[in-house]
Design a protein around this ligand. Structure first.
Ligand SMILES: [Zn+2]
Length: 321
């Protein structure tokens, strides 16, 4: 199962915070996955469709809890959806007006009949709880999330200007950025940072999915730290090896030119120690001397040895102890 469907499954089971929130979530579901069909003689039906059975079940439950209407549930499989099976909920001409009036899309006339006044939901979202519920509905109906193991990307597709305005208002309330993009004929709002995705999913109640993302994020951070430490260690090691091979080369040359014996005894001693232990660190070299010498003492002697080597190849001078 994809991460997207895991998140949707989890969100489908979140209990609405308050009784007002069920209708707000239905509004998000309607805006992202429902269609309105005109049947003639003023009659309409409404269909919710999704590839996710969990999402359709959610819509079914909210319709019956908030509005006491029952939808018919069935599957269609169509070549248009690439042979995929889609779950469809249908509200008939009796039930549809109940939902459409609740969403502010239909109005009751004085004579008791209803008329359509908008093809998009007109629900004033003012409470924080209802804004979160609306976002949950939009994410269930039109959301997609990349598996956090592959990267961070969450998007919510929307179909009209009203949805864009409502989405923006809700995202702003959560302190999230409003980034909009379009692909072919679809527009969508997206988040690309893990902490923003975590903020959104936490607000919507997908705590298990959030834990999964956090867990991966921590693992990735630890791995990054270990890698950096290893790279740093190997860079230091390389530096040390380069220095050691320069020293060995200088010492061998001095021996070849029979000049090592002309050096002060302390420098001869350190040169021999280095020849015997090409891979040793400065501390290890110091420990091998008799009497032992500290790191800075070893460093000082090696520098003198090297500067003597450099100088002697320019002027032939001999250092004094
Ligand atoms: Zn509410």
């Amino acid at each position: 199962m994809s991460f997207s469907s895991d998140v949707k499954k989890e969100l489908s089971n979140v209990k609405p915070e308050k009784s007002c929130c069920a209708l707000s979530e239905l509004c998000g579901l309607y805006a992202s996955m429902a269609s309105l069909n005109l049947l003639g003689r003023g009659q309409v039906n409404v269909q919710f469709s999704s590839e996710s059975l969990a999402v359709c079940r959610r819509a079914y439950t909210l319709l019956s809890q908030a509005l006491h209407i029952a939808a018919q549930i069935h599957y269609v499989s169509s070549a248009r959806f690439g042979g995929k099976r889609k779950c469809v909920l249908t509200l008939g001409p009796i039930q549809s007006p109940v939902l459409l009036c609740a969403l502010g899309m239909m109005e009751k006339n004085e004579n008791g009949s209803v008329s359509l006044k908008s093809t998009t939901p007109r629900l004033p979202l003012t409470r924080g709880c209802c804004m979160r519920a609306f976002l949950r509905g939009m994410l269930l109906g039109g959301g997609t999330m990349t598996n956090p193991e592959q990267g961070y990307h969450l998007e919510i597709a929307f179909r009209d200007e009203e949805s864009r305005v409502m989405l923006a208002k809700c995202m702003q309330r959560l302190g999230l950025p409003i980034r909009i993009s379009a692909r072919r004929e679809h527009s969508y709002l997206y988040l690309k940072q893990s902490d923003q995705i975590v903020t959104l999913l936490t607000a919507l109640g997908a705590h298990t999915s959030v834990m999964h993302i956090e867990d991966l994020r921590v693992r990735r951070q630890v791995l990054g730290t270990v890698n950096r430490a290893m790279n740093c260690d190997s860079a230091n090691l390389q530096k040390q090896m380069n220095a050691s091979s320069q020293q060995l080369e200088a010492i061998r040359q001095l021996i070849r030119e029979d000049r090592l014996s002309t050096l002060p005894p302390s420098l001869q001693q350190i040169a021999m120690a280095r020849l015997n232990a090409p891979d040793a660190t400065l501390e290890q070299l110091g420990q091998s001397l008799d009497p032992p010498l500290g790191k800075s003492g070893v460093n000082h002697r090696i520098r003198r040895l090297m500067s003597y080597f450099d100088d002697s190849h320019l002027s032939g001078g001999i250092p004094h102890d």
